[in-house]
Design a protein around this ligand. Structure first.
Ligand code: 13P
Length: 257
């Protein structure tokens, strides 16, 4: 883990998994396994329909907080099927995942829409986890940094220096999501260095050093320590391996220097 003051975040993105009852069962079994861990933040992002159940079980818990997987940028209105930031806050949601690759590539969300969501999250007291990452064709064509540059510059276009320290970036190479392929430590560290240097040129070194950059893409109990040992990896965003109580408890119990 990095030697900076960045507190690591270990986050579960459950995607479209778990009912409210399953969420309650998971958290009731999970909390005793992580009790007493310190020096880290654990985040759970269940589906919208399970936020209420999760917030009841997590009430008063200082270690584990709630995130949503998406939101719309308006507070209310005629937007059938959408969820607003104030609706999320009602359940004690602290963070919101925005621009996840499945939102981008399955549901066609573009950088401008994602930027509006990032701005709206900040304006409504939710902390964005902005996901960025290249597709396999883009990596093979040598355009990884160009893609990251575009996703960062548009996604963070409304964020000022004060807001920037509150934002979390998740680097999730699309080719590593749900495929069992993890970026090698060198690939992950290189991308994270690029992202931090971009943040540095946009917000200045004092701020870039405080921004947490998470890695996501086939994180598992058996690769977590290797990933967390990299100096610019400040945590992880875990999909499939976060669905099992013991496996996710093992991930969040990773070694942190
Ligand atoms: P997997 O851990 O299942 O590869 O998913 C990663 C991810 O998309 C987290 O947001």
């Amino acid at each position: 883990m990095n030697t900076s003051k960045r507190r690591p975040i270990l986050a579960a993105n459950w995607k479209m998994h778990k009912t409210a009852a399953e969420t309650r069962g998971f958290l009731t079994a999970f909390l005793p396994l992580v009790d007493g861990l310190d020096g880290r933040e654990i985040v759970i992002a269940p589906p919208f329909t399970a936020l209420s159940a999760a917030s009841e079980v997590l009430k008063g818990n200082k270690l584990v907080s709630l995130a949503a997987q998406n939101m719309y940028f308006e507070q209310e209105g005629a937007f059938t099927g959408e969820i607003s930031p104030i609706m999320l806050r009602e359940f004690g949601v602290k963070r919101v995942i925005l621009g996840h690759s499945e939102r981008r590539h399955v549901f066609g969300e573009g950088d401008d829409l994602i930027a509006s969501k990032v701005r709206a999250a900040m304006e409504n007291g939710l902390l964005p986890i902005l996901c960025i990452g290249e597709m396999l064709e883009e990596r093979e064509a040598g355009s990884t940094y160009e893609v990251l540059e575009r996703q960062l510059s548009t996604g963070l276009s409304a964020i000022d220096n004060r807001g920037a320290t509150q934002v979390v970036i998740a680097y999730e190479p699309v080719w590593a999501i749900g495929t069992g392929k993890t970026a090698t430590p060198t690939q992950a560290q290189e991308a994270h260095i690029y992202i931090r240097s971009w943040l540095d040129s946009r917000f200045g070194p004092g701020i870039a050093d405080q921004i947490r950059i998470l890695y996501g893409g086939s994180v598992k109990p058996d690769n977590i320590n290797e990933l967390m040992a990299l100096p610019d990896i400040d945590g992880v965003l875990v999909g499939g391996a976060s669905l099992k109580v013991e496996g996710f408890a093992e991930i969040v119990s990773c070694q942190i220097d």
